[in-house]
Ligand binder design. Structure first.
Ligand code: ADP
Ligand code: MG
Length: 384
């Protein structure tokens, strides 16, 4: 009888949170790098059953049973990708559903988290030969849009921005820093370029160019600073008519975020500049972790205002948005503590509940009795 009661209560519990959803959390292990092999790195991570991640400092690569026995270093996620997983598989599992819901007028966001060199930019942007989530999402978006409408009643706009040193920069048109403003749709960067894309082919070039505009490390001129966060925003406006000929206007926003390296700022002799940068990166990522903590504990006040990054991610973390986190890790035992740190935060992020995204939708009704007229007009337009 007690058991029945419990079951009933559990069922009621499930019903009482119908409009909440959880952040989906994925882990991606990258292959061992050439340099890592040269210095004799051992593999300290094992992915099992496409879900479980085992981490140990001491095991050799085939010591799976021993990994399994270790306690406290076992994590489980919505899916975990091994070092042989393709870009397409990562895209399909993590982001394809969000693209679909963006077309329904909902918001979605995907962010990559992890230490420098863990594979965030590879996952998000990728290379010309192996495009990542950003490019595959836009390709898929265009395919889906074309399947649904042959008469061009959609628009896709791209914005690409950087947060570096608590300054927001337009990566598609670098110039003066942008100012953040709050409006009805959430936080917006005033004056940000909204590039209208007509085909997926132009997008890779555009994003690679944008990535070139990311702030570079002062000491290594060609390398992107590990302290820079890059955010791609894809806004899809979609106009359809329902069966009663009413016009439905849907706007969905997809944000794809390549976060700065999550490792602690390293000591360096370039003290002044680096320590300012370091402080701000810590500030942004620290603010992100305090927000995650506050959200997990369901606090009333979430400290979004503490950094530019959290201001921009506000509607992705706590708002009406479907959110995905991809935690990137290296297999090398030399990066053990970074990996452990990344897995810790990824594990914590699993507990964040977000409000399930509502569709941003506006309906313009045809005046009563005019539906047939509109239908006829549209038919005539098609014939011409
Ligand atoms: P991050 O952006 O996290 O600092 P990168 O994405 O630049 O790291 O990755 C570091 C290096 O590892 C790059 O040379 C990248 O091409 C390579 N790499 C990362 N992930 C993969 C992967 N899944 N497969 C092959 N190479 C990868
Ligand atoms: Mg990077």
């Amino acid at each position: 009888e007690n058991l029945q009661e419990t079951e009933k209560l559990e069922a009621a519990d499930e019903r009482s949170v119908p409009d909440e959803s959880r952040i989906l959390v994925f882990v991606r292990l990258r292959p061992m790098g050439k340099k890592e092999k040269e210095v004799g790195s051992r593999c300290c991570v094992r992915i099992v059953n496409r879900k479980d991640v085992y981490l140990t400092e001491f095991a050799n690569e085939n010591d799976y049973l021993r990994l399994k026995r270790l306690r406290g270093r076992h994590f489980t996620f919505d899916a975990s990708f091994s070092d042989t997983t393709t870009q397409q598989e990562v895209y399909s599992t993590t982001t394809a559903d969000l693209v679909e819901s963006v077309l329904q007028g909902k918001n979605g966001s995907v962010f990559c988290y992890g230490a420098t060199g863990a594979g965030k930019t590879y996952t998000m942007l990728g290379t010309v030969g192996n495009p990542g989530v950003m490019v595959l999402a836009i390709k898929d978006l265009f395919t889906k849009v074309r399947q649904r409408s042959c008469d061009g009643n959609h628009a896709v706009h791209l914005s690409y921005l950087e947060v570096y040193n608590e300054t927001v920069k337009d990566l598609l048109s670098p110039g003066r820093p942008l100012v953040l403003r709050e409006d009805k749709q959430g936080m917006v960067a005033a004056g940000l370029t909204q590039y209208r894309a007509y085909s997926p082919d132009e997008v890779m070039a555009l994003l690679l160019q944008g990535n070139q505009n990311r702030t570079t490390e002062p000491t290594r001129a060609n390398e992107t600073s590990s302290r820079s966060h890059a955010i791609l925003q894809v806004v899809v406006e979609y106009r359809v008519r329902d069966s009663a000929m009413n016009v439905i206007n849907r706007v969905g926003k997809l944000s794809l975020i390549d976060l700065a390296g999550s490792e602690r700022a390293l000591a360096t002799d370039q003290r002044t500049l680096r320590s300012i940068e370091g402080a701000n990166i810590n500030r942004s990522l620290l603010a992100l972790s305090s927000c995650i903590n506050a959200l997990v504990e369901a606090k009333k006040h979430i400290p979004y205002r503490n950094s530019k990054l959290t201001q921009l991610l506000k509607d992705s973390l706590g708002g009406s948005c479907n959110t995905v986190m991809i935690a990137n890790i290296s297999p090398s035992n030399l990066l053990f503590s970074e990996t452990q740190n990344t897995l810790h935060w990824a594990d914590r992020a699993k507990q964040i509940r977000t409000k399930a995204s509502n569709a941003n939708e506006q309906i313009t009704q045809v005046p009563e009795g005019h539906a047939d007229q509109v239908k006829l007009l549209l038919e005539l337009q098609k014939e011409n």
